[in-house]
Design a protein around this ligand. Structure first.
Ligand code: GLN
Length: 285
């Protein structure tokens, strides 16, 4: 079959659901991933023919997209700060916002010559921990997640990106907290309210792991309460806590952290101008 005919079928089948431009992107992601060809290939070889096996890959991908599966799960990979990471339904798809959180940490610590000990809580695909290990060569990185299935993915991602991260299965609500162990604690915990579900895209709320995303409306800071307790105890004096937050709760998270001896609070906005990140320093003895 001609590759250009597949492209046309993609548009016929998906444009209404996703819009023409998005479907063109999807199609070329498949060209790159399934055929290993650059996206301009079709422009220089308009009569390019694909094999039966390749054809069935495209049709399987098309069917999955029709069902609303996110493209990253369909391809099985995504990129995060230039790293290629494997993803599946057991992990949240890393977001550009989270890249910003990691950039903040990197900026604060680039060129640092001392060994930095880092803990990532709720690591999912491992994106934060792996990027920090990659770009801060002197860092010693540990990461926990409640989900064994997520940890399988995270470990593969560390190996694939040639970094060492110590992964452990643990629930932040119930862990043995070490004393004054870490220079940095970082987390992107679940923070989307159940009531915010209505305004979310179907491919997010139906495909991604709910327990990585949602918190009850009655308890929006559920995970931040545990994170504050862990940070207070496990951060060294002067150690830093970096968190991704729900845009509605900057002030509340800030107050909560202060109650736990985490001070010098700074809140930063994401690309959309929403309060999305918070940093605090453990000043307690
Ligand atoms: N930023 C993600 C979203 O909007 C939520 C991530 C999270 O809950 N930690 O889908």
């Amino acid at each position: 079959m001609l590759l250009k005919d597949i492209k046309q079928i993609f548009h016929q089948e998906l444009d209404l659901q996703y819009g023409k431009e998005e479907v063109t992107h999807f199609f070329y992601y498949f060209v790159e991933s399934y055929l290993g060809l650059p996206r301009f290939h079709l422009a220089i070889q308009p009569q390019w023919i694909i094999t039966k096996e390749e054809e069935s890959l495209f049709f399987e991908g098309l069917a999955a997209l029709k069902l609303g599966r996110p493209i990253q799960y369909v391809l099985g990979t995504t990129s995060f700060l230039e790293l290629t990471l494997r993803v599946n339904e057991h992990v949240l798809i890393p977001r550009p916002e989270t890249e910003e959180l990691v950039r903040w940490i990197l900026k604060d610590h680039e060129g640092s010559r001392s060994k930095i000990k880092i803990l990532d809580i709720g690591t999912g695909s491992g994106c934060i921990a792996i990027a920090l290990a990659k770009y801060l060569p002197l860092a010693e990185v540990e990461a926990i997640d409640i989900s064994e299935e997520a940890l399988v993915v995270a470990k593969q991602n560390a190996t694939k990106n040639e970094v060492t991260v110590l992964f452990k299965q643990a629930d932040v609500r119930d862990i043995d907290i070490p004393q004054k162990e870490y220079d940095i604690i970082v987390s992107n915990p679940p923070y989307v309210l159940e009531s915010e579900k209505v305004s979310m895209e179907n491919h997010v709320k139906n495909a991604e792991p709910s327990r990585a995303l949602f918190v009850p409306d009655k308890h929006p800071l559920l995970f931040y309460e545990y994170l504050a307790i862990v940070a207070q105890k496990a951060l060294k004096k002067g150690g830093e806590l970096y968190l991704e937050i729900n845009q509605l709760y900057g002030k509340e998270v800030s107050d909560l952290l202060k109650e736990h001896g985490i001070n010098d609070i700074e809140i930063r906005q994401d690309l959309h101008g929403k309060d999305r990140f918070i940093k605090g320093i453990n000043l307690a003895q």
